[in-house]
Write a protein that binds this ligand. Structure first.
Ligand SMILES: Cc1cc2nc3c(=O)[nH]c(=O)nc-3n(C[C@H](O)[C@H](O)[C@H](O)COP(=O)(O)OP(=O)(O)OC[C@H]3O[C@@H](n4cnc5c(N)ncnc54)[C@H](O)[C@@H]3O)c2cc1C
Length: 402
């Protein structure tokens, strides 16, 4: 095996290439990148939007990084097709480049829900650096921003643009913020804090139309109400990029279906990252893309490495609040015990979720103290029945959790 091709120069593609070299692979590695920039971590886009990270510090590595590792990266060179016999990447020029193994790491794109006016000037989404540059350019003359989506990304964008002095309003379809990470009580505490920071929030409201002549003038909602805005940013989740996989005849459901070795149904083709569905699950988060890419690299080299899934865990800061939401933080089935402590004035909300005495989920908001230890205890499904009341108290000695 001498040639590995990687489609996608995001986290999954880059980590796979890095891991191949670290594992001693001496053959050729070639990455095909749609974007014209070398790898940058997407969370840096938020920092850049907020004005806290200058453009030159956006990138994770210096340009020499690829060269030193003998990784050939072909920027602004998207793969048009992947072919399985022989295994090859076809470029838009028609050129075909053959490989012994291929990793499909083409990630995901922003989902724009069907609504009238989504193609107007002043409507954006945020996935790439080019998106961030367009938003910043537009922001110079347009200061009233509506963010459609009160999930992690929507809140991060709202906070970043508010830091630039824009007037920001968040509109969320569900009846609470961060519906995937927070239960109603925690979301209410968060909302209070966000509003205190000057960002307005409207919940339980569906956008029907982005109105305006050729440019956004506001949003119209299904309940008949409306809101003025001269810029709209849609943060309604992402969808895996599946065109290449479908065209190549790979098994595809909501994502590219892989087994525990990150193998697709076609010999020699692996997948990892936001495009990938493992055991019925799509992740869309960095820890999963990272773990999948590492495991895929080892399996590409026939060094058996199983991937068994990633514990969803998110730590972010919104409106100055630190928030960790881990495991079954918002349990769907019954049979769980939930214990809470809240202090809305301080923006404090803590919750643990127990199943037969074992910790299966937690929310830790308003403090970082204990968050790493609690996350670890969730990942180990630790038996915390002895501490279940004390754990939520200030000053608990987390060393007791082992
Ligand atoms: C603003 C922002 C902030 C985020 N913050 C966090 C965070 O704090 N924590 C967290 O866990 N996750 C966060 N995420 C999600 C995280 O960035 C993704 O999980 C991660 O980027 C997935 O990496 P990936 O390589 O699978 O996909 P991507 O990052 O999408 O990379 C895929 C790459 O493939 C390229 N590509 C697509 N099609 C082709 C083609 N045909 N040919 C060649 N190249 C192609 C794309 O251009 C892209 O560069 C954030 C995302 C965004 C947008």
């Amino acid at each position: 095996m001498t040639r590995v091709g990687i489609v996608g120069n995001g986290l999954a593609g880059v980590i796979a290439a890095k891991t191949l070299r670290e594992a001693g692979f001496d053959g050729e590695i070639e990455i095909f990148a749609r974007e014209k920039y070398p790898y940058y971590p997407r969370p840096n886009l938020i920092e850049h939007l907020a004005g806290r990270l200058p453009a030159e510090r956006l990138f994770a590595f210096p340009e020499s990084w690829y060269v030193e590792r003998r990784i050939r990266v072909r920027l602004a060179t998207p793969s048009r097709r992947i072919l399985s016999e022989p295994l090859a990447v076809e470029l838009s020029s028609g050129q075909r480049v053959e490989f012994d193994r291929l990793l499909l790491a083409d990630g995901a794109s922003c989902f724009i829900p069907p609504m009238a006016g989504a193609d107007k000037k002043g409507v954006f989404s945020l996935r790439t650096w080019d998106d961030a540059l367009s938003i910043l350019e537009d922001l110079q003359d347009h200061r009233r921003v509506a963010v459609l989506g009160g999930g992690l990304l929507g809140l991060e964008i709202a906070r970043a643009l508010a830091a630039r002095g824009a007037s920001v309003r968040v509109v969320e379809f569900f009846d609470r913020l961060l519906p995937r990470q927070l239960d109603p009580q925690g979301a209410a505490v968060l909302r209070t804090q966000i509003e205190k920071s000057g960002i307005a929030v409207r919940l339980g409201i569906a956008t029907e139309e982005i109105f305006g002549s050729d440019r956004v003038a506001g949003l119209k909602f299904k309940d008949g109400s409306a809101m003025d805005a001269d810029m709209a940013i849609v943060a309604a989740g992402v969808r895996p990029n599946l065109d290449l996989a479908k065209d190549a005849g790979l098994a595809v459901e909501r994502g590219v279906v892989v087994d525990d070795r990150l193998r697709t149904n076609r010999p020699g083709i692996f997948a990892a990252g936001d495009n990938t569905q493992h055991q019925g699950r799509l992740y869309g988060i960095i820890p999963a893309a990272f773990e999948q890419a590492r495991a895929a690299a080892f399996n590409i080299l026939d060094r058996d490495k199983a991937y068994r899934g990633t514990l969803p865990s998110n730590t972010l800061k919104v409106a100055g609040l630190s928030l960790t939401s881990v495991g079954e933080a918002v349990p769907e089935g019954g049979g769980v015990e939930e214990i809470r402590k809240e202090d809305p004035e301080r923006g404090l909300y803590k919750k643990i979720v127990l199943k037969e005495g074992r910790l299966v989920g937690a929310i830790w908001m308003g403090t970082r103290e204990g968050a790493p230890q609690v996350s670890k205890a969730v990942s180990q499904k630790a038996d915390v029945s002895r501490w279940k009341k004390e754990i939520l108290e200030d000053g608990f000695d987390f060393a007791r959790l082992g």
